[in-house]
Write a protein that binds this ligand. Structure first.
Ligand SMILES: Cc1cc2nc3c(=O)[nH]c(=O)nc-3n(C[C@H](O)[C@H](O)[C@H](O)COP(=O)(O)OP(=O)(O)OC[C@H]3O[C@@H](n4cnc5c(N)ncnc54)[C@H](O)[C@@H]3O)c2cc1C
Ligand SMILES: NC(=O)c1ccc[n+]([C@@H]2O[C@H](COP(=O)([O-])OP(=O)(O)OC[C@H]3O[C@@H](n4cnc5c(N)ncnc54)[C@H](O)[C@@H]3O)[C@@H](O)[C@H]2O)c1
Length: 460
């Protein structure tokens, strides 16, 4: 038998969706539906655990060769099980379990948790469940925060090989001796660094000729040079077939006949939004191949239904999903004072080695839009802290419009790039001219942000 219930608000997905119910919502009856672990991608299988692995990988890589600093150091080995226990056992899993217990417990009596897949069976009506009990729930307001999943290509799915995605690769039983990574985007770049720094031989197979192909060309090319020195790259190729050997190893045959063999295979070929699994048509919700269509306030095509995060934007970034969740929380409470999703200045960081960070227009995009582009590329190695680091590869590229004195974009590769970029984000958000940004504040000498100062000073 199917039970039924009505709620003021239904939230599907507990990534950024779980941020929404705060004390402003205490008077509403709320259903939260989550079919997997509480906390969503970022907490359980994305940003947070990956960066905990990345930090260890950074230390291992740096220790493996400090000769430029006149030091004799080495990286010996990793206790893989201990890293997993530290990341998941001590931190991630208790946070996820605690988040769920809080929503199920006495402190949020207005909230009911459903733990089965939700799909629409009519306008503002979802079929879901609590354990084995089937439920049909209706809501005056529904917020879809259902995220995205790995886009596993047919050649992988249909091959019968055991393959990993970001969901299970960090929980592998032991560190593999070798790994094939399919894809050349952000996830490939981050995991290639993690595994190779810890001792795995990494081969990357990527359809495009360049890794991280959408970056500003100078940053992209610098990264590709560094990547070629660390990993076995097969760029500009696709996989024709995959098979499992008698010893369990995986062999990929590429479109040029090359074979690549490794212990494990990681699929990192993009993430597709989960809307295709929600039966959106039954509720009159428009979407494009699962990407839910929303207006600038987060409203879908169906009255009373909102969407946010990876379910409905193409940024696929946690800070954007969080910002949208804040906007939706406000909008459902204040229908006469809607806030727009903040999509004007969206920065991104890539926690590979070296780190990469980017905000605003690339040089190519800027030149296509503006005739008065000014560009400065400042090497880390030409400022005092860069000398201390003996850095030979880091650079800060800043792009401005000389006719207005305004920043257009900034792109960094090098140590602490994801931190250094914050000055450019501030400049862009507050519309501060690049000369003011450089001159109207102190830059601690001889700290690394001097590389940012010098980049700004170099614009015409
Ligand atoms: C490996 C990796 C590393 C990343 N690193 C970064 C990073 O460093 N910085 C950054 O900004 N971003 C990063 N991201 C991206 C970031 O994780 C996502 O943009 C963000 O988590 C999206 O949040 P969300 O709330 O939209 O979706 P999610 O966090 O994916 O939440 C969606 C939830 O909905 C649930 N759900 C879906 N459909 C249903 C259904 N029908 N019924 C019930 N429940 C359902 C899912 O189980 C999931 O828990 C990373 C992603 C990956 C994969
Ligand atoms: N640090 C961060 O902020 C961070 C970290 C990890 C993931 N993420 C988010 O997760 C998203 C997904 O990451 P990703 O690396 O999976 O995606 P991506 O879009 O960055 O890269 C996908 C890769 O797969 C390849 N590919 C796609 N379809 C293919 C096909 N049919 N055949 C062959 N190759 C194909 C692409 O050429 C590309 O190299 C990112 O875009 C990012 O927004 C963010």
């Amino acid at each position: 038998m199917t039970s039924t219930a009505h709620f003021d608000l239904i939230i599907v997905g507990t990534g950024s969706g779980n941020m929404i119910p705060d004390d402003r919502f205490d008077d509403l009856s709320i259903a939260i539906v989550e079919e997997d672990r509480f906390g969503g991608t970022c907490l359980n299988v994305g940003c947070i655990p990956t960066k905990m692995f990345v930090y260890a990988a950074d230390r291992a890589l740096e220790a493996s060769d400090s000769s430029a600093l006149s030091l004799t150091t080495s990286y010996d080995s990793v206790d893989w099980a201990d890293v997993q226990e530290r990341v998941f056992g001590k931190r991630i899993d208790p946070i996820a379990a605690g988040g769920e217990a809080y929503r199920r417990g006495d402190e949020t009596p207005n909230i009911t948790v459903f733990d089965q897949h939700a799909r629409f069976v009519g306008p503002r009506t979802l079929a879901t469940g609590q354990g084995p009990t089937e439920w049909t729930i209706t809501g005056d307001t529904i917020i879809l925060a259902t995220g995205a999943r790995t886009n596993v290509l047919d050649v992988v799915k249909n091959s019968g090989i055991r393959y990993y995605t970001n969901k299970d690769i960090m929980r592998m039983e032991k560190l593999p001796a070798s790994m094939i990574i399919q894809g050349g985007g952000v996830i490939a770049a981050e995991f290639a660094h993690v595994f190779s720094a810890l001792g795995t031989k990494v081969s990357i197979i990527n359809r495009s000729e360049k890794l991280l192909k959408n970056l500003d060309a100078d940053i992209r090319d610098r990264f590709n040079e560094i990547a070629a020195s660390r990993w076995d790259l097969h760029l500009g190729h696709t996989i024709e077939s995959l098979s499992t050997g008698a010893d369990g190893s995986i062999t990929a045959v590429l479109d040029d006949g090359t074979t690549v063999t490794a212990d494990v295979f990681l699929a990192a070929t993009g993430r597709r939004p989960n809307g295709d699994l929600l039966n959106l048509e039954a509720a009159g919700i428009k979407h494009e191949r699962g990407l839910i269509t929303v207006d600038k306030y987060g409203r879908t095509s169906a009255e009373g239904v909102w969407a946010l995060g990876d379910a409905s934007n193409t940024f696929q970034l946690k800070h954007v999903a969080n910002a949208e969740a804040k906007a939706v929380a406000h909008n459902v409470l204040h229908p006469d004072d809607l806030k727009e999703y903040p999509h004007d200045v969206v920065p991104a960081g890539i926690f590979t080695h070296p780190q990469i960070a980017t905000v605003g227009l690339t040089e190519e995009e800027a030149r296509n839009r503006c005739d008065t582009v000014t560009v400065k590329v400042q090497k880390y190695g030409d400022v005092a802290f860069g000398w201390a680091m003996e850095d030979t590869t880091g650079l800060v590229k800043v792009i401005g419009d000389s006719s207005t004195g305004k920043l257009l974009g900034a792109h960094l590769i090098g140590p602490q790039a994801t931190t250094l970029i914050q000055t450019f984000i501030t400049g862009l958000v507050w519309d501060i001219g690049y000369k003011e940004l450089a001159h109207n504040q102190y830059w601690i000498h001889p700290a690394l942000p001097e590389v940012v100062e010098n980049a700004l000073l170099g614009l015409d």
